[in-house]
Design a protein around this ligand. Structure first.
Ligand SMILES: *Cc1c(COP(=O)(O)O)cnc(C)c1O
Length: 356
């Protein structure tokens, strides 16, 4: 810990909101369908250990991107099965049996690479064009699974490229190839394919298990989002300084904004070094004591400025910079043409996360 543990902003994660989202997402699953909480990238920036604790009773298992993330969860006392999406490599293969982690086999070499006794899932690339064995090889892979006795197949998976675009051509093509996967592997090994969008919008892809990421955190990726999911993340900072300016005076780099009248503004110590994206300059409001105020002028490395007009706040007053109904990560993403995944993961790790 730093010598003076004091932070310019912090993130609050609501365990109750996460649990509410998880319950909503489980409502449309057939009974017996297993579920996996995807908590890679530190649970999309929400804090993987705390999220695992908050929703551990509602999910059968967890998934992360790499062995380092998985080992951290084990060391924090997480005991449910953990699937590691990333490729096994010689440097990490021993960790799987040592920490009881499940591997993903996405090419033939992995069958030989994994250590005796490792549990694994086979990934088939039905069109995502990322990791996975191509569908041409399904029968050969099935024989390979049956012939390698030293490691144990616990599932067969694939990943969708466009589950969030309704029944588009790409999704239909992947469903067609998924039907082949089902023919070859169905009944032999648990099958899983659906991400959040698949789980919400494509019940025909639920199979034996679904994998929930972004929707668990409160962002509905489907074309017609429901209002049942709520963002679990609130990013809070405070007023570092409150100042008076005259009509026509400018603020911040480039002097892109001028005061429309005499009034006050707040300097808030959160900037692009923290993950407050510079592309949002002048685009999103903040909330102070239940009132909304526009962020104005360019976002700087460590600060934003907020126009208060006639209002005035003491230094130290709390500021909600992200996570309210008018400034949550979904709205940030829309404003700068990206997705809430990138916004949430993009908040710097130096910003402390607290579960509330
Ligand atoms: C990240 C990821 C998910 C979760 O996707 P969401 O859209 O966040 O639900 C599921 N499966 C795989 C393989 C992933 O990499």
């Amino acid at each position: 810990m730093a010598d003076y543990p004091f932070y310019h902003s912090h993130i609050e994660i609501s365990g109750e909101v996460l649990q509410g989202n998880a319950r909503y997402l489980h409502r449309n699953l057939k009974s017996g369908t297993q579920s996996m909480a995807v908590i890679k990238a530190d649970a999309y920036g929400h804090g993987a250990v705390d999220v695992a604790r908050a929703v551990g009773d509602l999910y059968d298992r967890f998934a992360v991107a790499n062995v380092t993330e998985a080992v951290a969860l084990r060391k924090a006392g997480v005991t449910k099965p953990i699937l590691v999406f990333g490729v096994p490599v010689p440097q990490t293969v021993r960790a799987y049996p040592e920490y009881d982690l499940e591997a993903v086999v996405s090419e033939d070499g992995h069958f030989d690479l994994l250590e005796q006794g490792t549990a694994y899932h086979v990934e088939i690339d039905t069109g995502m064009g990322r990791l996975g064995i191509l569908p041409d090889d399904l029968d050969r892979v099935r024989r390979r699974i049956e012939s390698v006795g030293r490691i144990a197949c616990k599932g067969v998976m694939t990943h969708f490229a466009s589950a969030d675009e309704g029944d588009c051509a790409k999704m239909q093509e992947q469903k067609r190839l998924l039907a082949q996967v089902r023919e070859v592997f169905g009944g032999r090994y648990p099958l899983h394919a659906a991400n959040s969008a698949g789980s919400l919008d494509h019940p025909d892809t639920h199979l034996d298990m679904v994998r929930h990421g972004i929707a668990l955190y409160g962002y509905d990726p489907t074309p017609e989002p429901s209002d049942q999911l709520r963002p679990a993340m609130k990013w809070r900072s405070w007023v570092a300084q409150c100042k008076y300016i005259h009509k026509g005076d400018s603020l911040s780099y480039g002097a892109t904004w001028q005061a429309p009248e005499d009034g006050y503004y707040a300097v808030v110590p959160t900037g692009y070094a923290d993950g407050y994206r510079r592309g949002l300059s002048g685009r999103m409001p903040v909330r102070i004591e239940q009132r909304w105020y526009p962020q104005v002028g360019r976002v700087t490395m460590d600060y934003i400025m907020v126009w208060l007009g006639g209002d005035r706040y003491d230094a130290g007053t709390a500021v909600l910079v992200m996570g309210g109904e008018r400034n949550h990560a979904g709205l940030w993403a829309q404003a700068i043409g990206t997705i809430p995944y990138e916004i949430c993961c993009g908040i710097h790790t130096k910003v402390p996360r607290r579960m509330v």
